[in-house]
Design a protein around this ligand. Structure first.
Ligand code: PTJ
Length: 265
């Protein structure tokens, strides 16, 4: 028996960090099944770190961005949700429910190309009930000019007006913006290039943000287009990111004393 066979990923439900460890193991299993890139483990760890200093909860600023993002997706003419390995491993069911609630196609778009990854992600999405999955057939793909990474290969994203990019790298966000697309990012790092370049930045963990988006989609889909426009135009991304940074500072200030008190130290 190899060392790997002996590994047991069962996390006791009583563990104080049960949920966080469970998501870690989803990422690890995803890597073993080709869904997640090796670098996806590191990206997840970076995300965990930011989540920690956000108090591991969806902030009011994140909710504002979520509301604006859902409104923008509802009025978009050609919206697309970009799906990478981490997204498929962490929230396969939720991303499919969101895409069905607002009727938005999913497009697999990977930074790290590896034989079998697209198929592995396609299967995960299909098992979750997805019917509209793009980014699979090389004959339908075109390349975004000015981008060298593998993310340049796109299908529907090429002609989309609104693109949602959870856990994205900054280069493509910048190019999508330069191509006049509205970019909605989900990124726990409020200072990442993606977060700063995007039109609407949801600074939250994707595992909480997508379920919250589904709730908002069900609420907002009955509004008129002009009401939805108003929500989008009243949203100020720069201000919202600055408010999020203030929340992080406040949280750390509070924790300076409280963390020790909680442990009776
Ligand atoms: O599957 P692939 O090949 O497309 O690769 C996906 C990764 C994520 C590996 C790739 O896009 C990458 O390297 O991304 P970066 O440049 O590390 O950026 C990922 C961003 O997502 C970072 O700013 C992280 O803080 C953030 N992040 C990580 N986990 C989460 C997250 N944001 C929201 N929710 C998370 N769970």
């Amino acid at each position: 028996m190899s060392f790997n066979d002996k590994q047991d990923h069962t996390v006791p439900k009583t563990h104080p960090r049960y949920e966080s460890l469970n998501y870690r193991h989803k990422i690890i299993d995803g890597m073993k099944n080709l869904v997640v890139a090796e670098a996806g483990l590191i990206a997840h760890g970076r995300g965990e770190c930011f989540d920690y200093i956000l108090g591991e909860k969806t902030s009011e600023t994140a909710k504002k961005a979520i509301k604006a993002a859902v409104a923008a997706l509802l009025i978009a003419k050609k919206p697309v949700i970009s799906v990478n390995g981490n997204v498929a491993a962490l929230v396969p069911n939720e991303i499919v429910i969101l895409s069905k609630t607002i009727d938005i196609p999913l497009e697999i778009n990977l930074f790290y190309q590896k034989q079998g990854r697209i198929d592995a992600i396609k299967h995960i999405l299909q098992n979750a009930g997805a019917t509209k999955i793009h980014g699979i057939d090389p004959n339908k793909m075109i390349e975004l000019e000015g981008l060298e990474s593998n993310r340049r290969k796109v299908e529907l994203i090429a002609n989309a007006d609104v693109v949602m990019v959870p856990l994205e790298d900054g280069d493509r966000t910048e190019i999508l913006k330069k191509l006049d697309k509205m970019v909605i990012a989900i990124d726990l790092n409020p200072l990442s290039r993606t977060a700063l370049w995007a039109n609407i930045t949801i600074v939250d963990n994707i595992v909480r943000a997508v379920p919250e988006m589904i709730k908002y989609a069900k609420k907002l889909r009955n509004l008129s287009n002009s009401q939805l426009y108003e929500i989008v135009s009243n949203f100020n991304n720069k201000q919202n990111i600055q408010n999020t940074l203030d929340l992080i500072i406040e949280y750390i200030e509070k924790q300076k004393e409280k963390a020790f008190q909680d442990l009776n130290l």
